[in-house]
Design a protein around this ligand. Structure first.
Ligand code: UD1
Length: 369
């Protein structure tokens, strides 16, 4: 069975790595890795390939950054050539980035079956580009692998056949559990002169938070107050870096003595940074899940989440971009009032194994036909 695994942007790499590892155990699976090049900076791509020991991509499409339409279209044009040449039996797409929908849409028109990993997550906010990518990818996928029960419910409500849905757990947690020991040896805390539990880690890159100056400044005002009580470390995303320059916020940030902006970091260093933090402030999707497993309190700077299980079962609190709420919840944690969570079902390191088992059974049933 020839399978094309697709990656494109930072949050894809840790999701595909456990699947590729698992596929390597089966000689009857021929796996090809395609990188669209949606993310291309060393910090956004190569560091992850190195940390996760991912094989170099067999095919690199090199599409780079552009508007949504241009980026999606470029990926489709390039990926179609790959599909026509390779004629795979299945393509696997992960998550909700533009590369996910672009490759799925290309495959469906060529009648190539699609497996979507991390299917069924819904924020119910259609202004998020990722929400559109999720809904559309799920609508055209043949095998929908989900991380939690609410994802199954969302898919069923959208009329997707139960037969296509497989609750397998969370491949990103597979990657985390596999790498946590190695991450614990990272010297990132020494490099940044940090003491465990004496700082908060921040990630911020959603267009809704950083592309609108008013919202960005509101969040920054909250950080201004929080850093008076606890150091805040911010590995910065290239989108956010650009916006700080565009909105001329450098001087204001310079005055915040306990707020440290550093380059975006690789997988292992970031796991270590999160693990030893007092708490995490984020607008990322994956970080909400990772903090739940690490048992680190997470304050999510968004109005909604497509990962509600991190709130109902995990350590996550949704606060939006309102500065009073961000400050209030952060200072509670500084004072030691923390939300305790539990580990969601199947977030146990076995998701990739379950997925590959199902893929192998598909292969067998096809042969019989
Ligand atoms: C993308 C995903 C988002 C994910 C995020 C993780 C979509 C719609 N969005 O958002 O879901 O959470 O990745 O990082 O797919 N840039 C660089 N170097 C890079 C990549 C990007 O400088 O390697 C800059 C470019 O200026 C680019 C901007 O960042 O225009 C945004 O990149 P893009 O891939 O369009 O979206 P992200 O914000 O990274």
């Amino acid at each position: 069975m020839k399978i094309i695994n697709v990656v494109g942007a930072r949050p894809n790499f840790m999701k595909i790595a456990p699947i590729i590892d698992e596929m390597r155990q089966h000689s009857n699976l021929n796996s090809i890795l395609v990188h669209t090049g949606q993310h291309y900076n060393k910090e956004m791509s190569k560091l992850f390939f190195d940390d996760l020991k991912l094989p170099s991509p067999d095919v690199y499409l090199g599409v780079g950054s552009a508007s949504h339409a241009e980026q999606t279209a470029k990926i489709m044009v390039e990926f179609e050539q790959v599909l026509l040449k390779e004629k795979p039996d299945l393509i696997i797409v992960v998550g909700d980035v533009n590369s996910t929908i672009a490759c799925a849409l290309t495959a469906v028109k060529l009648f190539i079956p699609i497996a979507h990993i991390e299917a069924g997550l819904r924020s119910f906010d259609r202004t998020m580009p990722e929400e559109i990518n999720r809904i559309l990818t799920d609508a055209i996928s043949d095998y929908l692998f989900t991380t939690c029960h609410d994802a199954n419910d969302n898919l069923l409500k959208e009329g997707i056949s139960k037969k296509k849905i497989h609750f397998v757990g969370n491949v990103m947690i597979d990657a985390l559990l596999k790498h946590i020991d190695k991450a614990s040896q990272s010297n990132i805390l020494d490099k940044l002169d940090l003491i465990p539990k004496s700082y908060a880690a921040l990630t911020l890159h959603r267009p809704s938070n950083v592309d609108d100056k008013k919202v960005f400044v509101e969040i920054l005002t909250a950080i201004e107050e929080i850093q008076k009580k606890i150091k805040v470390i911010f590995p910065i995303h290239p989108r956010t870096k650009k916006k700080i320059a565009e909105f001329k916020l450098e001087n204001r940030i310079k005055k915040m003595k306990n707020f440290k902006i550093i380059e975006a970091m690789g997988y292992l260093d970031f796991l270590k940074l999160m693990s030893d933090s007092k708490f995490v402030l984020t607008d990322s999707g994956g970080v909400q899940e990772e903090t739940t497993i690490l048992k680190i309190p997470c304050i999510t700077l968004r109005e909604t989440t497509e990962r509600p299980i991190t709130v109902t079962e995990g350590t996550n609190i949704i606060v939006g971009s309102n500065k009073e709420k961000i400050i209030k919840e952060s200072l509670k944690i500084v004072k030691g009032i923390e939300k305790k969570g539990k580990i969601p079902k199947f977030w146990d390191g076995g998701a990739a194994e379950r997925i590959v088992k199902i893929i192998l059974s598909i292969s067998k049933s096809r042969k019989k036909k």
